[in-house]
Design a binder for this molecule. Structure first.
Ligand code: FHN
Length: 566
């Protein structure tokens, strides 16, 4: 990219990177069936029959002020709403297609106009989701896999008929009828050519040069302003060098489903948000309103409770940068600002003293974010030259001052500088994320190698960490031996599902975190070590982010857990 273009891109995305938290709204005609947004395809509902639901769609309870108010109270800074999902129904007044909320329903109001006005009033950026390739209503839309073949014959489809007569004109409408649009969220680009993808980006820019575009505009890499991770996917520390987001469900569905009552708790939302923000990402959290126009009560309750925490702790969230440590910290997470570090401590890890390894700066002052008087917390700092080891100790009050996660602010001399080597954490465990390994392929064997520092030698269990998608048979993926070499010792075993964690900070439905104990090793000396893993699951990161493209089992990391401290 040219320097001038890069400067423009950096400027364009600044508001979004500072915002951190947005509301995703999946709302469409499918809400009348209350079975999620894929109901038309799942039940192969013919277009003519599906169109009939519009005659009953009358969301009289819709109130733009209330909806924007929910986002605001949750601490969200932008709203991304489905202007058209895969069913092809436009939730705004489209002049090019009558299958829209104004022309086809008794409701007859352009609710996007109402939302745009309200967002403007309440200082929230309005953004649109637009399903640009899948459209089950239009006879000529063509996706790589998911087409309406129950009404239309695939061979008779002429993609450019759809593209020029519906998709592009509707995108133009969205960019010209509702004022400034924060971003366009495209989805499911399978089959769209590189040329069409790039032209679409230019097309959007020609109407609104500052409108952001997410990476799902195309399946070709490096198109768009930022990376949308897979649905509900939270990456590893340092996995993405550019801006990224996690689109996430509050329960297990996007569009309203009366069967889905598996809600995340406010605590889980806060933890995931902190985890995402500490890795430099944004959280785009979904609600699926009912056909009447109501955001489900349970969603509002969870969002409001999460919002109360965010309101108290916003200084450590908005406008921050990612943690400089390349691994998950066992007590929580870190965010930074110039000359400042925020330690987000999970309340169940709260103790008399918190220790942080690897911070090189002098700490000028430490205090609790919850303490309006900013009273000093006693600290000690030491450095052991022989093993190049920095240790900060912070004495803490008896009880954690906030709900779920309590924040310690460190004022630093200069901007945060840390030892970015992998090293033992305070409990003695070492987390080695795949993304930071040196990988190689030799004689059909894939290896990953990490260097790390040991400060507390001893015996360790070696644990392989994978994320496994629901309904996946583990043995289909792990049926060969994996090998670990460390300090002259070798472990060889077929990994088993020894422990299943359903809701860890970085893992959630449709994935569970699986721990496999590979065996035990002994590290006798302090200092530098290396570990090599041989495993056929080691692979370069993939670009596919839609849920059906995501791997069924993803290798994340390997851990050394000191014996007796699991
Ligand atoms: O198929 C869609 C799905 O309905 C939903 O809109 C999600 C949100 O990220 N995107 C697609 C699947 O990845």
């Amino acid at each position: 990219m040219l320097v001038e273009e890069q400067t423009k891109a950096t400027e364009r995305i600044k508001w979004w990177q500072e915002a951190k938290f947005g509301m995703f709204i999946h709302w469409g005609l499918y809400a009348t069936l209350a079975k999620g947004e894929w109901v038309m395809a799942a039940s192969k509902i013919p277009v003519k029959e599906y169109e009939q639901f519009a005659t009953q769609f009358n969301p009289k309870e819709f109130n733009a002020k209330e909806w924007v108010g929910v986002a605001k109270r949750a601490g969200m800074k932008y709203i991304v709403i489905t202007a058209k999902h895969h069913d092809g129904f436009a939730m705004y007044h489209s002049k090019v297609e009558k299958f829209n909320i104004v022309d086809a329903t008794p409701f007859g109001r352009d609710l996007m106009k109402e939302l745009a006005e309200e967002c403007q009033k309440q200082g929230i950026k309005l953004c649109f989701y637009y399903s640009h390739v899948i459209d089950w209503h239009h006879p000529h839309s063509v996706h790589e896999y998911y087409n309406n073949t129950w009404d239309y014959n695939l061979e008779e489809k002429a993609f450019y008929n759809y593209w020029h007569n519906l998709a592009k004109p509707q995108i133009q409408e969205l960019l010209t009828q509702y004022g400034d649009i924060g971003l366009l969220w495209f989805d499911t680009a399978g089959g769209l050519s590189k040329k069409d993808s790039k032209e679409l980006v230019e097309f959007v820019r020609s109407f609104q040069p500052n409108c952001l575009i997410n990476s799902r505009v195309s399946h070709w890499p490096n198109i768009g302003d930022y990376q949308s991770k897979g649905d509900n996917e939270i990456p590893m520390y340092g996995e993405d060098s550019g801006p990224w987001e996690t689109p996430m469900t509050l329960n297990q569905s996007w569009g309203y489903s009366d069967r889905d009552q598996v809600w995340k708790t406010p605590e889980s939302i806060i933890r995931k948000m902190v985890n995402i923000v500490s890795k430099g990402g944004n959280l785009l959290l979904n609600v699926g309103p009912t056909a009447e126009g109501i955001i489900p009560e349970k969603s509002v309750e969870v969002l409001e409770q999460a919002g109360e925490w965010i309101e108290r702790n916003g200084e450590a969230i908005y406008g921050t940068n990612a943690s400089p440590f390349p691994y998950e910290l066992e007590w929580g997470a870190v965010t930074i600002k110039p000359s400042r570090m925020y330690l987000h401590v999970n309340n169940e890890k709260w103790s008399d003293q918190l220790k942080l390894f690897g911070l090189k700066n002098k700490v000028v002052k430490a205090y609790l974010l919850a303490d309006s008087e900013r009273r000093n917390l006693p600290i000690t700092q030491s450095y052991t030259e022989s093993i190049d080891h920095h240790v900060l100790g912070i004495d803490l009050p008896k009880s954690a001052p906030d709900q779920y996660i309590s924040i310690i602010v460190l004022e630093l001399e200069g901007n945060a500088q840390v030892d970015d080597q992998f090293m033992q954490q305070v409990s003695g465990s070492v987390n080695l994320d795949l993304v930071h390994a040196e990988t190689a392929v030799e004689k059909n064997e894939k290896t990953a190698k990490w260097d790390f520092k040991i400060t507390q030698p001893g015996a360790f269990d070696v644990v392989l960490v994978n994320f496994k998608k629901i309904n996946t048979v583990w043995e289909d993926h792990y049926h060969e031996e994996v090998k670990v070499h460390i300090a002259g010792q070798e472990l060889k075993t077929i990994p088993q599902e020894d422990q299943l964690i359903k809701d860890s900070p970085a893992c959630q439905y449709p994935y569970s975190e699986v721990h496999s104990i590979l065996g035990r090793v002994h590290l006798y000396d302090s200092g530098n070590n290396s570990l090599t893993l041989t495993c056929n699951k080691i692979q370069e990161k993939s670009f596919g982010t839609e849920i059906w493209q995501a791997e069924a089992v993803k290798l994340r990391s390997i851990k050394l857990v000191p014996v007796g401290k699991k």
